[in-house]
Write a protein that binds this ligand. Sequence first.
Ligand code: HEM
Length: 483
Amino acid sequence: MTQGPLTTEAGAPVADNQNSETAGVGGPVLVQDQLLLEKLAHFNRERIPERVVHARGAGAYGTFTVTADVTQYTRAKFLSEVGKETETFLRFSTVAGNLGAADAVRDPRGFALKFYTEEGNYDLVGNNTPVFFIKDAIKFPDFIHTQKRDPYTGSTEMDNVWDFWSLSPESTHQVTWLFGDRGIPASYRHMDGFGSHTYQWSNEAGEAFWVKYHFKTDQGIKCLTQAEADKLAGEDPDSHQRDLREAIERGEFPSWTVGVQVMPVADAAKYRFNPFDLTKVWPHADYPVIEFGKLELNRNPENIFAEVEQSIFSPAHFVPGIGPSPDKMLQGRLFAYGDAHRYRVGINADHLPVNRPHATDARTNSRDGYLYDGRHKGAKNYEPNSFGGPFQTDKALWQPVAVSGVTGDHEAPSHAEDNDFVQAGNLYRLMTDEEKERLVNNLAGAISQVSREDIIERAVNNFRQADGDFGKRLEAAVQALRG
Ligand code: HEM
């Protein structure tokens, strides 16, 4: 902003910003006080709808650097050479809380990353957990309703949370993860990130691979106990946001080592787990993580509203050589985010500085709408045209996927070792006895707040099916708390 006198929005100098204009001393206020009316009206319109999930977050710009050759798997240009750097913007978040909620809560953390590549923006909209609660997008609105405020009480209700989870046994793995030691990260810097879904990579020769992304924190994992989190949430609701900003201001740039698990396409049909089931991981013994990059965050946004609140990330933003898998959750997300952006930020959201491509131009024939800035000037707005307008490439971003059968409300296919509990049980059995104890106590603390015995029994039974010892200890701990 240039220096000089305060002005109205139309640029006229302001004489008095302390006293509104009245009809005589002590008289009523005049409608001709443009400054007063303009200020009140603008203030009323300062908020846009908060994100329906992940409303609370913090973001930073950074740099992604390729550290190993992955060109045998993908033709994405930003991954084409070791040492190549790409600008990024990462927004971290919690899921369930509203915009003003506290950061230090037991909740997954969002890890939404935008790569400003020369072939367009690539968004990887992940979490700090490798799996999720459900495996079909059709269940997402119901699930989130149980995490948010009850229509009658206006509060989050443990009855709703555990009713849904206990009736959705596929959630057992993610719930075991969430109530374990990693369920409350100490900060956004001290946690890993995951793409979570399976995505497709494809190389120059047109060969396709199924991949899962991993971001390993170089700061080390640090978490809070429930008691520490409860205290911090009260004392410093902005703890994560502050920690990230201050670390970057100090020049302590957080970084993550980036890797990928790669599954040859031919393996998918016979793999022991459905590789497109978001409630399952691919054990590293089956597909090791191949390191290929480093992500560093090194620049704070200058204006939170413009750059964080109005930032948009979509799982449907792919670049050549990267595409979706048939994961039913991912398929739903390909629609949901763009739709949310059009509602929340508007039809020209992708023109904002944080959202538009930085290393190339967007060349579309879409025009006009609210807050269109006229960027296309007089260029023709249709294709094909013979005036030198943008043209199609005839080359798909990703490789086709073979399908068979008839349309229908099909459950995702079940593979040899698939059931809703196997990986939750494996996760439990990996824990030390102290870790198991804390997990059981955290779960019991939440489940014991449920008002109905049948919901409690159904919830405990899911963990019992994951592991007999898990179920026994949880049942005893819940009983002890309920007396
Ligand atoms: C079918 C399931 C899902 C649906 C329908 C869904 C939908 C949404 C919607 C509508 C938003 C708000 C977007 C906005 O207003 O800009 C959002 C945000 C977000 N979701 Fe999902 N989501 C789903 C599952 C997931 C999963 C599985 C992950 C992680 C693996 C995830 C990660 C995120 C993140 C990180 C954000 C915040 C993005 C940002 O910082 O702007 N979501 N989701």
